[in-house]
Ligand binder design. Structure first.
Ligand SMILES: Cc1cc2nc3c(=O)[nH]c(=O)nc-3n(C[C@H](O)[C@H](O)[C@H](O)COP(=O)(O)O)c2cc1C
Length: 157
């Protein structure tokens, strides 16, 4: 696809408003990983499955392909700084970001709108991305306003 066509496709895809998540896992060497992702989607209620996509070119790809467990954090309107932090290229940098490590070794971010603690169930190839399907083992939710992404920009309404 040429650059012009890719930009047009991005523009059309950007018309679909999404929430914003940070997906975390622990790399094989024990380092915490976090990546901003808006490709999150629910898949199935029974069994409880969700998915997200990771770019094959991502520096943290291998960590997510290897991880048995990961957590999806749905951000609130007040957590844009977290989205910006984990969209930078060094996803293993958690300094300045409050977190704890779960029993499964997964970094957990506080104050989010919802969290899905997942066990990796399937990984599919999808063009220049991998589709990671997780079985939800636990989840939490609270009331509040979501952080949104629309037209390539963060929004709160
Ligand atoms: C709002 C937003 C949504 C994103 N969604 C995804 C996503 O679903 N999958 C993905 O691989 N990268 C996504 N990214 C890009 C990553 O957060 C990150 O910027 C990119 O992975 C950086 O490159 P690296 O992983 O090679 O370090 C998104 C970025 C932003 C700002």
């Amino acid at each position: 696809m040429d650059i012009e066509s890719e930009l047009e496709l991005r523009r059309s895809l950007g018309r679909f408003a999404t929430g914003v998540t940070v997906v975390t896992c622990c790399a094989a060497d024990g380092r915490p990983c976090g990546i901003t992702a808006n490709s999150f989607s629910s898949v199935s209620l029974d069994p409880p499955l969700v998915l997200w996509n990771i770019a094959k070119v991502s520096n943290s790809l291998q960590a997510y392909l290897d991880a048995e467990y990961f957590a999806i954090h749905v951000l609130t309107a007040g957590q844009q700084y977290m989205a910006e932090h984990f969209a930078r290229t060094d996803h293993t940098r958690f300094n300045g970001i409050e977190h704890r490590i779960s029993e499964q070794g997964v970094p957990i971010l506080p104050g989010v709108l919802a969290r899905f603690d997942c066990r990796t169930r399937e990984i599919h190839e999808g063009g220049d991305h991998h589709i990671i399907v997780g079985e939800v083992e636990a989840h939490t939710a609270k009331d509040g306003a979501p952080l949104l992404f629309f037209g390539g920009e963060y929004r709160t309404s």
